[in-house]
Design a protein around this ligand. Structure first.
Ligand code: PLP
Length: 486
Protein backbone atom coordinates (compact mmCIF):
# COMPACT_ATOMS: atom_id res chain seq x y z
CA UNK A 1 0.00 0.00 0.00
CA UNK A 2 1.29 3.44 -0.80
CA UNK A 3 0.76 6.17 1.73
CA UNK A 4 -0.63 9.18 -0.06
CA UNK A 5 -1.85 10.79 3.14
CA UNK A 6 -0.04 14.00 2.37
CA UNK A 7 -1.88 14.48 -0.91
CA UNK A 8 -4.39 17.30 -0.58
CA UNK A 9 -6.70 18.14 -3.42
CA UNK A 10 -6.46 21.75 -4.58
CA UNK A 11 -10.16 22.34 -5.25
CA UNK A 12 -13.49 20.57 -5.57
CA UNK A 13 -13.10 18.35 -8.58
CA UNK A 14 -14.72 15.32 -10.06
CA UNK A 15 -12.35 12.43 -10.08
CA UNK A 16 -12.46 12.22 -13.83
CA UNK A 17 -10.83 15.64 -13.91
CA UNK A 18 -8.28 14.69 -11.36
CA UNK A 19 -5.10 15.82 -13.06
CA UNK A 20 -2.47 13.39 -14.05
CA UNK A 21 -3.40 10.55 -11.76
CA UNK A 22 -1.26 9.23 -8.98
CA UNK A 23 2.07 7.54 -9.20
CA UNK A 24 1.58 4.05 -7.88
CA UNK A 25 5.27 3.32 -7.48
CA UNK A 26 7.92 1.16 -9.02
CA UNK A 27 6.89 -2.09 -7.42
CA UNK A 28 3.58 -2.15 -9.26
CA UNK A 29 3.58 -4.07 -12.51
CA UNK A 30 1.17 -1.56 -14.02
CA UNK A 31 -2.09 -2.26 -15.75
CA UNK A 32 -3.88 -3.25 -12.55
CA UNK A 33 -6.99 -1.82 -11.01
CA UNK A 34 -6.41 0.35 -7.99
CA UNK A 35 -8.80 2.02 -5.62
CA UNK A 36 -8.57 5.21 -3.71
CA UNK A 37 -10.69 5.74 -0.68
CA UNK A 38 -11.12 9.03 1.09
CA UNK A 39 -12.88 8.80 4.36
CA UNK A 40 -12.74 11.24 7.29
CA UNK A 41 -16.35 12.40 7.51
CA UNK A 42 -16.57 12.25 3.77
CA UNK A 43 -16.47 8.83 2.21
CA UNK A 44 -15.63 9.01 -1.42
CA UNK A 45 -14.42 6.06 -3.37
CA UNK A 46 -12.94 6.14 -6.80
CA UNK A 47 -11.47 3.38 -8.87
CA UNK A 48 -8.37 4.06 -10.85
CA UNK A 49 -6.68 2.03 -13.51
CA UNK A 50 -2.92 1.95 -13.65
CA UNK A 51 -1.25 2.35 -16.97
CA UNK A 52 1.98 0.71 -17.84
CA UNK A 53 4.04 3.60 -16.51
CA UNK A 54 2.63 3.10 -13.03
CA UNK A 55 0.33 6.09 -13.09
CA UNK A 56 -3.20 5.60 -11.87
CA UNK A 57 -5.76 7.30 -14.05
CA UNK A 58 -9.29 7.84 -12.82
CA UNK A 59 -11.64 5.26 -14.23
CA UNK A 60 -14.58 7.50 -15.02
CA UNK A 61 -17.09 4.69 -15.05
CA UNK A 62 -16.33 3.95 -11.44
CA UNK A 63 -16.03 7.43 -10.01
CA UNK A 64 -18.33 7.73 -7.14
CA UNK A 65 -18.82 11.37 -6.33
CA UNK A 66 -16.91 14.59 -6.27
CA UNK A 67 -13.58 14.89 -4.52
CA UNK A 68 -13.35 17.82 -2.19
CA UNK A 69 -10.93 20.63 -1.84
CA UNK A 70 -8.58 19.82 0.98
CA UNK A 71 -9.79 16.25 1.23
CA UNK A 72 -7.07 13.91 2.22
CA UNK A 73 -6.46 10.76 0.30
CA UNK A 74 -6.04 8.38 3.15
CA UNK A 75 -5.96 5.05 1.44
CA UNK A 76 -4.63 3.87 -1.83
CA UNK A 77 -5.05 0.19 -2.42
CA UNK A 78 -3.68 -1.76 -5.22
CA UNK A 79 -5.52 -4.73 -6.55
CA UNK A 80 -4.88 -7.21 -9.31
CA UNK A 81 -6.42 -7.16 -12.69
CA UNK A 82 -6.52 -10.32 -14.75
CA UNK A 83 -4.13 -8.57 -17.12
CA UNK A 84 -1.30 -7.65 -14.84
CA UNK A 85 -1.31 -8.30 -11.12
CA UNK A 86 0.48 -5.96 -8.75
CA UNK A 87 3.60 -7.78 -7.75
CA UNK A 88 3.14 -7.11 -4.09
CA UNK A 89 -0.43 -8.38 -3.72
CA UNK A 90 0.87 -11.02 -1.32
CA UNK A 91 2.71 -8.48 0.78
CA UNK A 92 -0.49 -6.48 1.10
CA UNK A 93 -1.93 -9.40 2.94
CA UNK A 94 -5.28 -9.66 1.20
CA UNK A 95 -4.27 -11.87 -1.69
CA UNK A 96 -5.84 -15.17 -0.76
CA UNK A 97 -9.38 -16.32 -1.31
CA UNK A 98 -11.67 -16.21 1.75
CA UNK A 99 -11.36 -19.92 2.51
CA UNK A 100 -7.59 -19.55 2.90
CA UNK A 101 -7.98 -17.08 5.75
CA UNK A 102 -8.23 -17.68 9.47
CA UNK A 103 -11.63 -17.27 11.16
CA UNK A 104 -11.14 -13.66 12.20
CA UNK A 105 -9.54 -12.67 8.90
CA UNK A 106 -12.29 -14.47 7.03
CA UNK A 107 -14.85 -12.40 8.89
CA UNK A 108 -13.02 -9.18 8.08
CA UNK A 109 -12.66 -10.18 4.49
CA UNK A 110 -16.33 -11.12 4.21
CA UNK A 111 -17.47 -7.98 5.94
CA UNK A 112 -15.34 -5.77 3.80
CA UNK A 113 -16.50 -7.45 0.63
CA UNK A 114 -20.02 -6.95 1.79
CA UNK A 115 -19.69 -3.21 2.34
CA UNK A 116 -17.59 -2.55 -0.73
CA UNK A 117 -19.24 -5.19 -2.89
CA UNK A 118 -17.97 -5.15 -6.40
CA UNK A 119 -16.11 -1.91 -6.02
CA UNK A 120 -12.65 -2.98 -5.10
CA UNK A 121 -10.86 -5.84 -6.77
CA UNK A 122 -11.29 -9.00 -4.70
CA UNK A 123 -7.65 -9.19 -3.75
CA UNK A 124 -7.25 -5.71 -2.33
CA UNK A 125 -6.29 -5.33 1.31
CA UNK A 126 -9.08 -5.17 3.89
CA UNK A 127 -9.74 -1.72 5.29
CA UNK A 128 -8.32 -1.05 8.72
CA UNK A 129 -11.27 -2.02 10.87
CA UNK A 130 -9.58 -0.80 14.03
CA UNK A 131 -9.42 2.78 12.76
CA UNK A 132 -11.60 5.01 14.98
CA UNK A 133 -15.03 5.95 13.57
CA UNK A 134 -15.90 9.42 12.33
CA UNK A 135 -18.46 11.71 14.00
CA UNK A 136 -20.64 14.69 13.22
CA UNK A 137 -20.01 18.11 14.70
CA UNK A 138 -16.57 18.62 13.16
CA UNK A 139 -17.30 22.18 12.19
CA UNK A 140 -13.71 23.43 12.31
CA UNK A 141 -12.64 20.81 9.81
CA UNK A 142 -15.55 21.74 7.52
CA UNK A 143 -14.75 25.45 7.83
CA UNK A 144 -11.20 24.81 6.73
CA UNK A 145 -12.14 22.43 3.96
CA UNK A 146 -14.78 24.65 2.40
CA UNK A 147 -13.11 27.97 3.16
CA UNK A 148 -16.15 29.33 5.03
CA UNK A 149 -15.59 31.09 8.40
CA UNK A 150 -16.62 29.07 11.45
CA UNK A 151 -19.23 31.59 12.54
CA UNK A 152 -21.08 31.45 9.19
CA UNK A 153 -22.00 27.76 9.47
CA UNK A 154 -25.32 26.17 10.31
CA UNK A 155 -24.33 22.90 11.94
CA UNK A 156 -26.98 20.21 11.42
CA UNK A 157 -24.47 17.39 11.51
CA UNK A 158 -25.34 16.12 14.99
CA UNK A 159 -28.50 14.87 16.69
CA UNK A 160 -28.24 17.40 19.51
CA UNK A 161 -31.15 19.60 20.60
CA UNK A 162 -30.36 23.07 19.20
CA UNK A 163 -32.28 24.74 22.07
CA UNK A 164 -30.38 23.58 25.09
CA UNK A 165 -31.50 23.62 28.70
CA UNK A 166 -30.62 27.16 29.87
CA UNK A 167 -27.54 26.82 32.06
CA UNK A 168 -27.55 29.38 34.91
CA UNK A 169 -24.44 30.96 36.46
CA UNK A 170 -22.48 28.29 38.33
CA UNK A 171 -21.29 28.65 41.95
CA UNK A 172 -17.57 29.46 41.88
CA UNK A 173 -16.83 26.68 44.40
CA UNK A 174 -17.63 24.07 41.71
CA UNK A 175 -14.39 24.97 40.00
CA UNK A 176 -12.22 24.82 43.10
CA UNK A 177 -13.59 21.77 44.95
CA UNK A 178 -13.36 18.10 43.99
CA UNK A 179 -16.64 16.63 42.79
CA UNK A 180 -18.62 14.72 45.46
CA UNK A 181 -21.02 11.88 44.80
CA UNK A 182 -23.72 12.83 47.32
CA UNK A 183 -24.56 16.12 45.57
CA UNK A 184 -28.00 15.05 44.32
CA UNK A 185 -27.07 13.95 40.77
CA UNK A 186 -27.78 10.24 41.31
CA UNK A 187 -31.13 11.01 42.95
CA UNK A 188 -32.13 13.38 40.12
CA UNK A 189 -31.12 10.79 37.51
CA UNK A 190 -32.99 8.03 39.29
CA UNK A 191 -36.18 10.14 39.35
CA UNK A 192 -35.80 11.27 35.75
CA UNK A 193 -35.07 7.85 34.25
CA UNK A 194 -37.35 5.94 36.60
CA UNK A 195 -34.77 3.40 37.77
CA UNK A 196 -32.56 3.08 40.80
CA UNK A 197 -28.76 3.03 41.01
CA UNK A 198 -27.73 5.08 37.97
CA UNK A 199 -23.99 5.11 37.37
CA UNK A 200 -22.95 8.56 36.08
CA UNK A 201 -20.52 8.52 33.18
CA UNK A 202 -18.57 11.11 31.23
CA UNK A 203 -21.00 10.50 28.36
CA UNK A 204 -22.39 7.08 27.51
CA UNK A 205 -19.34 6.77 25.26
CA UNK A 206 -17.27 6.01 28.37
CA UNK A 207 -19.30 2.84 28.99
CA UNK A 208 -19.43 1.91 25.30
CA UNK A 209 -15.64 1.65 25.41
CA UNK A 210 -15.45 -0.18 28.72
CA UNK A 211 -18.21 -2.80 28.52
CA UNK A 212 -16.50 -4.99 25.87
CA UNK A 213 -13.44 -5.27 28.13
CA UNK A 214 -15.52 -6.91 30.85
CA UNK A 215 -16.01 -10.17 28.93
CA UNK A 216 -13.71 -12.71 27.32
CA UNK A 217 -13.72 -12.46 23.51
CA UNK A 218 -16.94 -13.81 21.99
CA UNK A 219 -19.43 -13.20 19.18
CA UNK A 220 -21.27 -9.92 19.45
CA UNK A 221 -24.12 -8.73 17.25
CA UNK A 222 -23.93 -5.00 16.52
CA UNK A 223 -26.15 -2.95 14.19
CA UNK A 224 -24.61 -2.86 10.74
CA UNK A 225 -25.78 0.73 10.36
CA UNK A 226 -25.61 2.58 13.66
CA UNK A 227 -23.40 4.56 16.02
CA UNK A 228 -20.08 3.08 14.95
CA UNK A 229 -18.32 3.31 18.31
CA UNK A 230 -20.08 0.15 19.49
CA UNK A 231 -18.61 -2.12 16.81
CA UNK A 232 -15.27 -0.38 17.14
CA UNK A 233 -15.07 -0.93 20.90
CA UNK A 234 -16.05 -4.62 20.74
CA UNK A 235 -13.63 -5.24 17.91
CA UNK A 236 -10.79 -3.46 19.71
CA UNK A 237 -11.42 -5.65 22.76
CA UNK A 238 -10.90 -8.76 20.62
CA UNK A 239 -14.52 -9.80 20.04
CA UNK A 240 -15.89 -11.04 16.76
CA UNK A 241 -18.40 -8.46 15.58
CA UNK A 242 -21.37 -9.78 13.62
CA UNK A 243 -23.08 -6.90 11.76
CA UNK A 244 -26.86 -7.16 12.21
CA UNK A 245 -29.07 -5.78 9.44
CA UNK A 246 -30.57 -2.70 11.13
CA UNK A 247 -30.24 -4.34 14.51
CA UNK A 248 -32.27 -7.49 13.84
CA UNK A 249 -30.69 -10.12 16.09
CA UNK A 250 -33.52 -12.65 15.96
CA UNK A 251 -32.03 -15.02 13.34
CA UNK A 252 -28.69 -15.09 15.16
CA UNK A 253 -29.73 -15.65 18.72
CA UNK A 254 -29.95 -19.43 18.98
CA UNK A 255 -28.19 -20.74 15.88
CA UNK A 256 -25.88 -23.53 17.06
CA UNK A 257 -22.20 -22.64 17.43
CA UNK A 258 -22.74 -19.53 15.32
CA UNK A 259 -24.97 -17.99 17.92
CA UNK A 260 -24.24 -14.66 19.54
CA UNK A 261 -22.96 -14.14 23.08
CA UNK A 262 -24.00 -10.49 23.28
CA UNK A 263 -26.19 -8.15 21.28
CA UNK A 264 -26.05 -4.36 21.07
CA UNK A 265 -29.26 -2.55 20.16
CA UNK A 266 -29.45 1.19 19.58
CA UNK A 267 -33.05 2.11 20.27
CA UNK A 268 -34.09 4.18 18.43
CA UNK A 269 -31.23 3.64 16.06
CA UNK A 270 -28.94 6.42 14.97
CA UNK A 271 -29.06 7.24 12.06
CA UNK A 272 -31.84 4.96 10.74
CA UNK A 273 -34.44 5.80 13.40
CA UNK A 274 -35.42 2.12 13.59
CA UNK A 275 -37.22 1.21 16.84
CA UNK A 276 -37.60 -2.04 18.73
CA UNK A 277 -40.49 -2.76 21.04
CA UNK A 278 -39.66 -3.46 24.70
CA UNK A 279 -41.31 -6.90 24.25
CA UNK A 280 -38.89 -7.85 21.46
CA UNK A 281 -35.89 -6.62 23.41
CA UNK A 282 -36.96 -8.43 26.59
CA UNK A 283 -37.37 -11.64 24.58
CA UNK A 284 -33.85 -11.27 23.17
CA UNK A 285 -32.51 -10.43 26.60
CA UNK A 286 -34.08 -13.52 28.16
CA UNK A 287 -32.58 -15.78 25.48
CA UNK A 288 -29.12 -14.26 25.87
CA UNK A 289 -29.20 -14.12 29.67
CA UNK A 290 -30.21 -17.81 29.86
CA UNK A 291 -26.67 -18.68 28.78
CA UNK A 292 -24.79 -15.81 30.43
CA UNK A 293 -25.05 -13.38 27.48
CA UNK A 294 -25.67 -9.65 27.62
CA UNK A 295 -28.08 -7.34 25.85
CA UNK A 296 -26.77 -3.78 25.66
CA UNK A 297 -29.51 -1.26 24.88
CA UNK A 298 -28.24 2.20 23.92
CA UNK A 299 -31.13 4.62 24.49
CA UNK A 300 -29.22 7.79 23.61
CA UNK A 301 -32.23 9.12 21.65
CA UNK A 302 -35.02 7.77 23.86
CA UNK A 303 -35.75 10.82 26.07
CA UNK A 304 -38.74 12.11 24.12
CA UNK A 305 -40.40 8.65 23.99
CA UNK A 306 -39.83 7.11 27.46
CA UNK A 307 -42.77 4.74 26.99
CA UNK A 308 -40.62 2.74 24.54
CA UNK A 309 -37.74 2.32 26.99
CA UNK A 310 -36.81 -0.94 28.71
CA UNK A 311 -35.76 1.12 31.73
CA UNK A 312 -38.51 -0.39 33.95
CA UNK A 313 -36.56 -3.66 33.66
CA UNK A 314 -33.15 -2.19 34.55
CA UNK A 315 -31.17 -4.38 36.91
CA UNK A 316 -32.08 -7.72 35.30
CA UNK A 317 -28.98 -9.90 34.99
CA UNK A 318 -27.27 -9.29 31.65
CA UNK A 319 -29.35 -6.22 30.71
CA UNK A 320 -27.20 -3.10 30.30
CA UNK A 321 -28.89 0.23 29.56
CA UNK A 322 -27.11 3.36 28.41
CA UNK A 323 -28.53 6.89 28.44
CA UNK A 324 -27.00 10.04 27.04
CA UNK A 325 -27.72 13.38 28.72
CA UNK A 326 -26.20 15.66 26.09
CA UNK A 327 -28.59 15.06 23.21
CA UNK A 328 -32.08 15.83 24.53
CA UNK A 329 -30.80 18.51 26.93
CA UNK A 330 -28.59 20.01 24.19
CA UNK A 331 -25.56 19.96 26.50
CA UNK A 332 -23.24 17.51 24.75
CA UNK A 333 -20.21 19.50 25.89
CA UNK A 334 -20.95 18.66 29.53
CA UNK A 335 -20.15 15.00 28.71
CA UNK A 336 -22.74 13.30 30.90
CA UNK A 337 -24.37 9.90 30.52
CA UNK A 338 -25.64 7.06 32.71
CA UNK A 339 -25.41 3.30 32.90
CA UNK A 340 -28.06 1.07 34.47
CA UNK A 341 -27.17 -2.56 35.10
CA UNK A 342 -27.11 -5.30 37.72
CA UNK A 343 -24.85 -4.54 40.70
CA UNK A 344 -21.93 -6.68 39.59
CA UNK A 345 -21.63 -5.10 36.13
CA UNK A 346 -22.20 -1.62 37.56
CA UNK A 347 -19.39 -2.15 40.09
CA UNK A 348 -16.98 -3.38 37.43
CA UNK A 349 -17.72 -0.41 35.16
CA UNK A 350 -17.34 1.99 38.12
CA UNK A 351 -14.04 0.37 38.98
CA UNK A 352 -12.86 0.72 35.37
CA UNK A 353 -13.79 4.42 35.32
CA UNK A 354 -12.14 5.32 38.62
CA UNK A 355 -13.04 8.30 40.81
CA UNK A 356 -14.22 11.76 39.58
CA UNK A 357 -15.40 10.50 36.24
CA UNK A 358 -17.65 13.57 35.95
CA UNK A 359 -16.51 17.12 36.65
CA UNK A 360 -18.21 19.09 39.45
CA UNK A 361 -19.73 21.67 37.07
CA UNK A 362 -21.13 18.90 34.85
CA UNK A 363 -22.66 17.10 37.84
CA UNK A 364 -24.25 20.33 39.08
CA UNK A 365 -25.71 21.30 35.70
CA UNK A 366 -26.97 17.78 34.93
CA UNK A 367 -28.69 17.43 38.31
CA UNK A 368 -30.60 20.68 37.85
CA UNK A 369 -31.53 19.98 34.24
CA UNK A 370 -32.82 16.49 35.07
CA UNK A 371 -35.01 17.96 37.85
CA UNK A 372 -36.58 20.55 35.54
CA UNK A 373 -39.79 18.67 34.74
CA UNK A 374 -41.50 21.72 33.22
CA UNK A 375 -38.67 22.21 30.72
CA UNK A 376 -38.76 18.48 29.93
CA UNK A 377 -42.48 18.50 29.09
CA UNK A 378 -42.23 21.61 26.92
CA UNK A 379 -39.15 20.32 25.13
CA UNK A 380 -40.47 16.82 24.41
CA UNK A 381 -43.56 18.37 22.77
CA UNK A 382 -41.54 20.93 20.83
CA UNK A 383 -39.03 18.36 19.54
CA UNK A 384 -41.86 16.13 18.30
CA UNK A 385 -43.26 19.11 16.35
CA UNK A 386 -39.86 20.19 15.03
CA UNK A 387 -38.92 16.70 13.94
CA UNK A 388 -42.15 16.45 11.94
CA UNK A 389 -41.52 19.94 10.53
CA UNK A 390 -38.06 18.83 9.37
CA UNK A 391 -39.48 15.67 7.76
CA UNK A 392 -42.05 17.82 5.92
CA UNK A 393 -39.40 20.31 4.79
CA UNK A 394 -37.29 17.47 3.36
CA UNK A 395 -40.31 15.83 1.73
CA UNK A 396 -41.16 19.14 0.05
CA UNK A 397 -37.71 19.04 -1.53
CA UNK A 398 -38.15 15.48 -2.77
CA UNK A 399 -36.05 14.03 0.03
CA UNK A 400 -38.46 11.77 1.87
CA UNK A 401 -36.88 10.53 5.11
CA UNK A 402 -36.54 6.77 5.58
CA UNK A 403 -36.58 7.22 9.33
CA UNK A 404 -35.87 9.59 12.15
CA UNK A 405 -36.19 10.43 15.83
CA UNK A 406 -37.22 13.55 17.71
CA UNK A 407 -33.72 14.93 17.06
CA UNK A 408 -32.91 14.09 13.43
CA UNK A 409 -34.22 12.82 10.11
CA UNK A 410 -32.45 10.28 7.93
CA UNK A 411 -32.62 10.31 4.13
CA UNK A 412 -31.33 7.53 1.89
CA UNK A 413 -30.35 8.83 -1.50
CA UNK A 414 -27.87 7.91 -4.18
CA UNK A 415 -27.13 11.62 -4.41
CA UNK A 416 -25.98 11.88 -0.82
CA UNK A 417 -22.50 13.15 -1.64
CA UNK A 418 -23.76 15.79 -4.02
CA UNK A 419 -26.31 17.10 -1.55
CA UNK A 420 -23.71 17.07 1.21
CA UNK A 421 -21.24 19.05 -0.88
CA UNK A 422 -23.92 21.41 -2.22
CA UNK A 423 -25.14 22.26 1.28
CA UNK A 424 -21.60 22.57 2.64
CA UNK A 425 -20.75 24.99 -0.15
CA UNK A 426 -23.66 27.05 1.28
CA UNK A 427 -22.33 26.79 4.83
CA UNK A 428 -24.71 24.08 6.02
CA UNK A 429 -23.11 21.00 7.53
CA UNK A 430 -25.07 17.75 7.64
CA UNK A 431 -23.87 14.18 8.18
CA UNK A 432 -22.95 12.02 5.22
CA UNK A 433 -22.98 8.21 5.39
CA UNK A 434 -21.44 6.04 2.70
CA UNK A 435 -23.12 2.70 3.45
CA UNK A 436 -25.94 2.99 2.70
CA UNK A 437 -25.62 6.28 0.87
CA UNK A 438 -27.56 8.56 3.14
CA UNK A 439 -27.74 11.86 4.96
CA UNK A 440 -28.70 12.76 8.49
CA UNK A 441 -30.22 16.17 9.14
CA UNK A 442 -30.24 17.52 12.69
CA UNK A 443 -32.94 19.99 13.75
CA UNK A 444 -32.50 23.68 12.93
CA UNK A 445 -33.18 25.97 15.90
CA UNK A 446 -34.18 29.54 15.10
CA UNK A 447 -36.66 30.42 12.34
CA UNK A 448 -33.87 31.88 10.22
CA UNK A 449 -32.09 28.51 10.29
CA UNK A 450 -35.17 26.67 9.02
CA UNK A 451 -35.50 29.17 6.20
CA UNK A 452 -31.82 28.90 5.36
CA UNK A 453 -32.04 25.11 5.04
CA UNK A 454 -35.21 25.25 2.92
CA UNK A 455 -33.69 27.89 0.65
CA UNK A 456 -30.43 25.99 0.22
CA UNK A 457 -32.21 22.75 -0.68
CA UNK A 458 -34.49 24.57 -3.10
CA UNK A 459 -31.54 26.20 -4.83
CA UNK A 460 -29.74 22.85 -5.06
CA UNK A 461 -32.86 21.41 -6.63
CA UNK A 462 -33.07 24.25 -9.15
CA UNK A 463 -29.46 23.85 -10.11
CA UNK A 464 -29.87 20.11 -10.43
CA UNK A 465 -27.10 19.50 -7.93
CA UNK A 466 -29.11 16.83 -6.22
CA UNK A 467 -31.82 14.28 -6.62
CA UNK A 468 -33.40 11.50 -4.67
CA UNK A 469 -33.75 7.95 -5.90
CA UNK A 470 -37.50 8.15 -6.33
CA UNK A 471 -37.40 11.89 -6.73
CA UNK A 472 -40.07 14.14 -8.04
CA UNK A 473 -39.90 14.89 -11.73
CA UNK A 474 -38.37 18.29 -10.98
CA UNK A 475 -35.40 16.72 -9.30
CA UNK A 476 -34.99 13.91 -11.79
CA UNK A 477 -35.10 16.19 -14.79
CA UNK A 478 -32.00 18.00 -13.56
CA UNK A 479 -30.11 15.00 -12.36
CA UNK A 480 -26.93 13.70 -13.87
CA UNK A 481 -27.37 10.02 -14.21
CA UNK A 482 -25.20 8.66 -11.44
CA UNK A 483 -22.37 6.31 -12.22
CA UNK A 484 -23.73 2.86 -11.39
CA UNK A 485 -21.90 1.19 -8.58
CA UNK A 486 -20.07 -1.69 -10.19
C1 PLP B 1 -26.44 6.16 19.54
C2 PLP B 1 -25.41 6.87 20.35
N1 PLP B 1 -25.03 6.35 21.51
C3 PLP B 1 -24.12 6.95 22.29
C4 PLP B 1 -23.52 8.12 21.90
C5 PLP B 1 -22.49 8.75 22.80
O1 PLP B 1 -23.04 9.91 23.38
P1 PLP B 1 -22.51 10.54 24.71
O2 PLP B 1 -21.17 9.95 24.99
O3 PLP B 1 -22.44 12.00 24.44
O4 PLP B 1 -23.49 10.19 25.78
C6 PLP B 1 -23.87 8.70 20.68
C7 PLP B 1 -23.23 9.95 20.25
O5 PLP B 1 -23.52 10.50 19.22
C8 PLP B 1 -24.85 8.06 19.88
O6 PLP B 1 -25.23 8.56 18.72
Amino acid sequence: MIDVSSTLLPRVVHARAFGDGIDCGDDCAGGGVCAIRMTEDLAVEARFTTNDSHTCQPDTAAVNGPLLQGARLIRFERGRSSRSPCRDAGRMGGGGPPQALSGRRRLRHARRRDTLAGFYPEEAEPLDLLAPPEHGGRLRQAAERFGIPLTDWLDLSTGINPRAWPVPALPASLWSRLPETDDGLERAASDYYGASEPLPLAGSQAAIQLIPKLRPPGRVGVPEVGYAEHAHAWRCAGHEVVPLPDGDAAPWLDVGPERLDCVVVINPNNPTGRRWSPETLLDWHARLAARGGWLVVDEAFMDATPESSVMPHAGRPGLILLRSFGKFFGLAGARVGFLFAEAQIRRRVAHGLGPWTLTGPSRWVAARALEDTAWYAQTAARLARDSERLAALLRDQGLTPSGGTSLFQWVETIHAERIYVGLAARGILIRLFAHPKSLRFGLPGEDGEWQRLAKALASLSEQGESTQVQASAAWSAHADSPAPRP
